[in-house]
Design a binder for this molecule. Structure first.
Ligand code: B12
Ligand code: SF4
Length: 492
């Protein structure tokens, strides 16, 4: 019988600057839903999948390789975010050395946005799947197994002789209800090991679900290349079945909906809320929304159905910048949505970015004033990063953006700065905005009461504090005068 094993790898990536490892205790440890979906689909077709979540388990590349060698799989599937490309490459090189017969297939947001360039550059990847991989991966595996012609598989990129070929089409699942449930059973230590960021959920266990795919908007900083503009939804009944399964099999109590536009369809949200209320399962859940798709009556129902937090892509306190981003939103609308959400008793998480082209000291002041004015409970500020696949990447590429910034594209490094501002200055503003929001007595009180209510978070905070202390001591002992960033060699 032929070897049907396929090992899926989520490669390690640089989450934050080297030397800040302790931050891991408070950051998001969600598994790759993409790999869970792919594993479920290939299993349905007789393949034997395994998943390695290397980052969550702090695995080195050697440790990943040890696991892969143990399996000697016929195929390895690696999910590629831009930030993880170099580590994925190192893993692929090792596989080629130690298991030369294993076929390496890649996919994920980096491939959906830069597939051809990536395959031309890295000979270690054998095949790449553009877009949503479930059906195409199965087709590709079957072709490889039977010695068929890869040109017959749509939406793939591969090398033949000296040339890289891309077949027509981009994989998209029209009916999400047709997909099997994500293979949560394959995750080691699920759900215990997969906790989101601190204070971003009331209590565990937690799981993630993408209840829809696609987004019709074209915000210039956003990479929508995997799912595209056509929005497809799971039916509320199937979403509810997934939640019920997670409760019954794994005791999951909180769900994080990771789709871009969870609240895009009022009808579907209303139906899911109704199912949740009737079920009496008492889930809490969080989701994302645009500021213009939310209404007070929907919010009221969502609250009743257990909605705990809504993330809004607020981005900035400047209308001028929102316009430059093609966000199709205004600060006034953002403020109204946050007010309505808070009035409904739901926490609001504001997703902001600093350093977008056109950012000035004035827009930074506007953002600072905005975040202090609105009743937001948690603020997530990322450093503007032009991800491949986003329209702004194409605008900026060829200025001072380079592909060798890839391993730093984690939203925690400024790889670009607007005219008239240095990265150092931006870094200072970054701290100042966060301080302006968090360093207020009312936020202190809010987080103290949250900690009393959900003491689990305090433990994580303590681990973080101890880690920070240890890093400081190490830094002084090594003559780095308390500086935490460690000069580290680039992986390539
Ligand atoms: C949930 C989420 C997270 C979670 C979970 C991450 C994870 N490993 O999946 C957390 C919070 C940890 C996270 C972290 C980060 N994220 Co994030 N995240 C998302 C989000 C909102 C949903 C992802 C998801 O679950 N989709 C549903 C699943 C089913 O889709 P999928 O994973 O893409 O997989 C499908 C295809 O890509 C493909 N596929 C994927 N892998 C493979 C492998 C093979 C072999 C094949 C054949 C196919 C294939 O098939 C899958 C099934 O259809 C997306 C936005 C979005 N719309 O996708 C951003 C997004 C993926 N994140 C992004 C970024 C930048 C990051 C971070 C770098 C930091 C940050 N600022 O958020 C880190 C890096 C994490 C990492 N591992 O490298 C960008 C990626 C851009 C890029 N070019 O790299 C996105 C697209 C947001 C955006 N619009 O800009 N993220
Ligand atoms: S930021 Fe949100 S609304 Fe804008 S394109 Fe991305 S997913 Fe869509």
């Amino acid at each position: 019988m032929s070897n049907k094993k396929i090992v899926f790898i989520n490669p390690p990536y640089e989450r934050i600057a080297k030397g800040y490892d302790f931050v891991k205790h408070i950051t998001n440890n969600s598994p790759s839903l993409g790999l869970l979906h792919l594993a479920a689909e290939v299993r349905l077709h007789g393949y034997v999948p395994k998943i390695i979540e290397s980052d969550i388990f702090d695995m080195s590349i050697d440790a990943v390789m040890e696991e892969v060698e143990k399996e000697t799989p016929a195929y390895v599937g690696i999910t590629l975010f831009t930030v993880g490309v170099w580590n994925a490459l190192t893993i692929a090189r090792e596989i080629k050395k130690r298991l030369p017969k294993t076929v390496i297939i890649v996919g994920g947001p980096h491939i959906s946005s830069m597939g051809k360039e990536t395959m031309e550059r890295f000979r270690e990847f054998d095949y790449a799947v553009d877009g949503e991989g479930e059906k195409i991966l199965v087709e590709l595996l079957q072709v490889l197994e039977t010695g068929g012609n890869p040109f017959s598989v749509p939406g793939i990129i591969f090398r033949k002789g000296p040339f890289v070929h891309q077949t027509q089409g981009k994989a998209i699942n029209k009916d999400l209800d047709d997909l099997p449930m994500p293979a949560w059973d394959l995750l080691p230590d699920f759900p215990r090991a997969y906790i989101p960021a601190i204070y971003d959920y009331p209590r565990g266990p937690v799981a993630t679900i993408a209840a829809s795919r696609g987004c019709p908007f074209h915000c210039k900083f956003c990479d929508t290349s995997t799912f595209g503009a056509s929005v497809r939804f799971y039916s509320p009944k199937v979403v509810f079945q997934m939640m019920k399964h997670l409760r019954e099999q794994y005791g999951v109590r909180h769900i994080m909906f990771v789709d871009d536009l969870f609240v895009a369809s009022r009808l579907r949200v209303t139906e899911l809320c109704r199912l949740l209320i009737e079920s009496g399962l008492n889930f809490t859940w969080s989701c994302t929304s645009r500021v213009d798709t939310i209404k007070p009556d929907t919010l009221e129902l969502m609250k009743k159905a257990g909605c705990w937090e809504i993330s809004f892509g607020l981005e900035t306190g400047s209308d001028v910048l929102l316009k430059k981003m093609d966000k199709a939103a205004e600060v006034e609308k953002s403020e109204q949505a946050v007010n309505w959400t808070a009035a409904a008793g739901i926490r609001t998480k504001g997703l902001f970015m600093l350093g977008y082209p056109g950012e000035t000291r004035e827009t930074i002041e506007q953002t600072k004033a905005f975040v202090r004015r609105i009743p937001m409970t948690i603020m997530n500020l990322t450093k503007f990063t032009p991800y491949p696949g986003s329209p702004i990447y194409r605008d900026l590429y060829g200025t001072n953006i380079r592909d060798d910034h890839w391993e730093r594209m984690n939203g925690m490094n400024f790889v670009w700065s607007p005219d008239g501002m240095t990265v150092d200055e931006l870094d200072r503003h970054y701290q100042n905005i966060l301080t302006a929001f968090y360093n207020r007595p009312k936020m202190g009180l809010y987080y103290a009461s949250l900690s009393i209510r959900y003491p689990h978070h305090l433990l994580r905070l303590a681990r973080f504090g101890l880690g920070f202390l240890a890093a400081k001591i190490r830094s002084y002992a090594q003559g780095r005068h308390g500086l935490l960033v460690q000069p580290g060699a680039s992986p390539h």
